[in-house]
Design a protein around this ligand. Sequence first.
Ligand code: ADP
Ligand code: GLC
Length: 492
Amino acid sequence: MNILILSSEAVPFAKTGGLADVSTSLCVELNRLGHDARLLIPEYCPAIDRSLYTLDRVMSGLKVVLGGHEHICNIEKCRIPGTSQKSHSFVYFVQYGGFFERPGMYSESGIDYWDNPQRFAYLCKTALEWCLAEEWIPDVIHCNDWQTALLPVYLKTHVSYRDNPLLDNVKVLMSIHNLSYQGRFDSWYNPEIEVGPEVFHLHGLEFYGDLNLLKGGIMYADRVSTVSPTYAMEIQTSEFGCGLDGVLQARSEDLSGILNGIDESVWKPSVDKAIAKKYSLHGMNGKKACKKALQEELGLKVDENIPMIGLISRLTYQKGFDLFLSQLDALLSRDVQVVVLGTGDNNLVHWLDDVARRYPSNVAVALRFDEGLSHRILAGSDLFLMPSRFEPCGLTQMYAMKYGTVPVVRATGGLKDSVIDATPTSLEDGTATGFCFERFDGWDMIQALDRALDMYRNDAAQWKKLMKNGMSADFSWSSSAKSYVELYQSMM
Ligand code: ADP
Ligand code: GLC
């Protein structure tokens, strides 16, 4: 199958969240399964450091007209680092300075670029124009999140694509990685991105008088998917639907949830160069060295017996940091250490800074994006906390399990689908991998942490079993990629 994956980010080139990890690893896995999968993203500059990668020009002077303005771009490509010379795993880039040469990917100093609708509409149109110019026609175009949601709208309704026999059999899958980001804009943008009255209505991109790009993607794609089975159910309810629950209910026959995989060759303590000492299921001593090194690195009291709780995340409403911070005094009274790595919301940043100042030997906070430190926290911590309000999938809980770090999570979305709560039954049958709490509530979170701390301190054998279950769990892409292939085939 020819599969075009269209995304706004991809590791290791440009990343703000899990979408970047997913785009690249799905592409690699689809190629491994024998498909011609190509990933197309914007060539952000300077975010994509050209001194680190070799980008080859594959097409020059591709003319794309958007909203009456002509923009000329180039297409470049780069082998996905870590893939063999024989494989066909490439990321393709849309190189166009006018839209993508900026200090940020989506925003600068916390303010979104005013022309984000045009920038990403341009990405969608360019994807179609490139396929036509290249004479490489995908069987399926897999779109991801609002930035790519105009593609099915253009493909199905613009005369030049709709009536082009070459594109007759192209199917589109719209994947939702996070329904809380919909690409909602003033309808002033409509002519700029070629959204006319034939699609700007209740059953199209119109949403309370505004333009809603993701809604357009959901309405015009052949199928819709999201990144865990539980989230696929949740988003059809008013609690999680962010105003689009009705729209998603209407498409429920075409909506499915496929749990993300992770790149197990990268998130692997036995080969990880970023951590103090490598370790594996069969030799766990290195994990103790990683904890000591992390305590030293972050200026915490060095003590192997103090339970260390790690958090790595965007600091946003979604991730429940307010819940965590509201319970931090209670948590610290249980003699634990807490390590936080994150960037985001200014209020949370100030709150975290303040806590770290008050408890210097128990709390360490790193307010930056730091890939290496994220590996060291995963390896050095004993527990990994994710108190999310909602979580479409979540990757870090799976990374944590691979490092033998036991997750404590709110039972929502992909967290519910990937962590098996330590109940009497799951402990008895030996399947437990972590601790879950149901309600978004401070008391419930503390109770789950207490269950975890109690086992950590008083039942070493059971704790080891939990660590080992997580480390040996299969979170690889192979089964998720096969589910995508089945979904693509069912569309054709
Ligand atoms: P989301 O996409 O909602 O942010 P995920 O759990 O799917 O959540 O993915 C988050 C990804 O971003 C993970 O790879 C995680 O390790 C990484 N990450 C988040 N914050 C940071 C940070 N400050 N430094 C390094 N990596 C981070
Ligand atoms: C989103 C979600 C996260 C998910 C990621 C990749 O950013 O917030 O839960 O893991 O996309 O699908």
